[in-house]
Design a protein around this ligand. Structure first.
Ligand SMILES: [Zn+2]
Length: 334
C-alpha cells in the first residue's frame, strides 16, 4: 500500500473519439499501476465533480454558462480543439474535483496524485489546446478559499507553455491575505548552467508559476509566468534537468509556497508527436524524482496532475505517467 493517495475515476475518460489526445490513458495508467504492483485498489480514491461555485473561483460566469448550456460559438469550440458535449463538460468538472481532492490529500500525506487533470491551457473565459477547465487553478483557489493554504507554486513540466496558468495567476492577489513570503516584485534575469535555454523572471502574486517548455511550440503567445524557461528544440535529459534544478532553486529562493502543484506532462519525451524535446523515459523519471526530492527536503506538500502526452506508442505515455507514481513512492518511502 502506498503512503499517499491516487485520485481516479473511470469517468475521467474524455469523450472525444479518435483524437491525438489518448483519452483512454487514465484508465490504462490505473490498470498499469495495479498490474505492476506499484499500487493496489485501496490506494485509489474516487472524486466527485467540482461544484459550479468551485469552477467560478477561476472561470468567468459567461464562459461557465456557455459550457453548461452548450452555447459556445463555433470559433470557441474550434479553439478548444476537442468536440463539445455535455459529457465532456462533466469529465472536466470531475477532473477539477479530482484535483481539489488531490490537493487536500497532499496536505495530509505530503504528496497526492490526480490520475488526470493538468489542463493548463484553459483560461478564465475560454478553453484552448484540449483544455476546457483549469483544474489546477480551481484546486488552488478552492484551498485558498477554505484557508487550507495561502500560497502555491505551479511547476509545469509539460512540453507546452502553461499559458492558462500564467494568465490566471499573473499579478493576481488575494486581497484579504498578507504576503510576507513574497517580495513585491522580483524582476531580473538569471543564466542557467545548461546550454541553450533562457530563463525569464517576473512575479507578483500569491501563486508563483514556473513553466519549463519548448520555446518553438504551441502556444505562440506565451503570457509571462513567474519563471519561464524557454528550451530549444531537441534538448536532452542532462540539460533539461539542470534547467529544472535551476528554476526550482530560483523559485524557492523567491517564494515560500504552502503547496506545490506539479504538472507532470509526459510530452517532453523524445518520441512525442506534439513535442520537440528529447528526454528519455529514464530522464523523465529523474525529472519527477528531482521535483519530489526538492519538495520533500523543504517539507512542501505536492499535488501531481498529468497534463499532456502524445507518444507514438501510447504505452510509452502510460509508462511515463506510471513512473511518476513510482518516483513518488521511492522518494516519499522514508
Ligand atoms: Zn503538452
Amino acid at each position: 500500500m502506498l503512503s499517499f493517495k491516487l485520485i481516479y475515476s473511470d469517468d475521467y475518460l474524455l469523450p472525444i473519439g479518435a483524437h491525438v489526445f489518448p483519452a483512454e490513458k487514465y484508465r490504462r495508467v490505473h490498470d498499469c499501476l495495479i498490474a505492476t504492483h506499484v499500487a493496489e485498489a485501496s490506494d485509489f480514491v474516487t472524486p466527485q465533480p467540482a461544484s459550479d461555485q468551485d469552477i467560478l473561483l477561476v472561470h468567468k460566469p459567461d464562459y461557465v454558462h456557455k459550457l453548461k448550456t452548450g452555447t459556445l460559438s463555433a470559433r470557441e469550440e474550434m479553439e478548444m480543439e476537442i468536440p463539445y458535449s455535455p459529457e465532456l463538460v462533466h469529465a472536466f468538472w470531475l477532473a477539477a474535483g479530482g484535483s481539489i481532492l488531490a490537493a487536500q490529500h497532499a496536505l495530509k500525506d505530503q504528496v497526492a496524485f490526480n490520475i488526470g487533470g493538468g489542463f493548463h491551457h484553459a483560461f478564465p473565459d475560454h478553453g484552448e489546446g484540449f483544455c476546457m477547465i483549469h483544474d489546477v487553478a480551481v484546486a488552488i483557489r478552492r484551498l485558498q478559499r477554505d484557508e487550507k493554504i495561502r500560497t502555491a507554486m505551479t511547476v509545469d513540466c509539460d512540453v507546452h507553455h502553461g499559458n492558462g496558468t500564467a494568465a490566471i495567476f499573473s499579478g493576481l492577489r488575494t486581497p484579504r491575505q498578507p504576503l510576507p513570503s513574497t517580495s513585491a516584485t522580483t524582476v531580473g534575469a538569471a543564466g542557467g548552467s545548461a546550454r541553450g535555454g533562457k530563463m525569464r523572471h517576473a512575479h507578483d502574486g500569491d501563486v508563483f508559476t514556473i513553466s519549463l517548455h519548448q520555446h518553438n511550440n504551441y502556444p505562440v503567445w506565451k503570457p509571462h509566468s513567474s519563471i519561464d524557461v524557454d528550451l530549444p528544440d531537441g534538448m536532452g535529459d542532462d540539460d533539461y534537468l539542470a534547467w529544472l534544478d535551476n528554476a526550482l532553486s530560483s523559485g524557492l529562493r523567491q517564494f515560500e509556497p504552502d503547496l506545490i502543484c506539479y504538472i507532470a506532462g509526459a510530452d517532453p519525451y523524445r518520441e512525442d508527436q506534439l513535442g520537440g524535446l528529447a528526454l528519455t523515459l529514464e530522464g523523465l523519471k529523474r525529472r519527477d524524482e528531482l521535483v519530489f526530492r526538492v519538495a520533500k527536503a523543504r517539507n512542501i506538500p505536492v499535488m501531481v496532475t498529468y497534463a499532456g502526452g502524445y507518444a507514438r506508442q501510447v504505452e510509452d505515455t502510460v509508462t511515463i505517467h506510471c513512473n511518476t507514481v513510482s518516483a513518488a513512492r521511492e522518494v516519499f518511502a522514508s
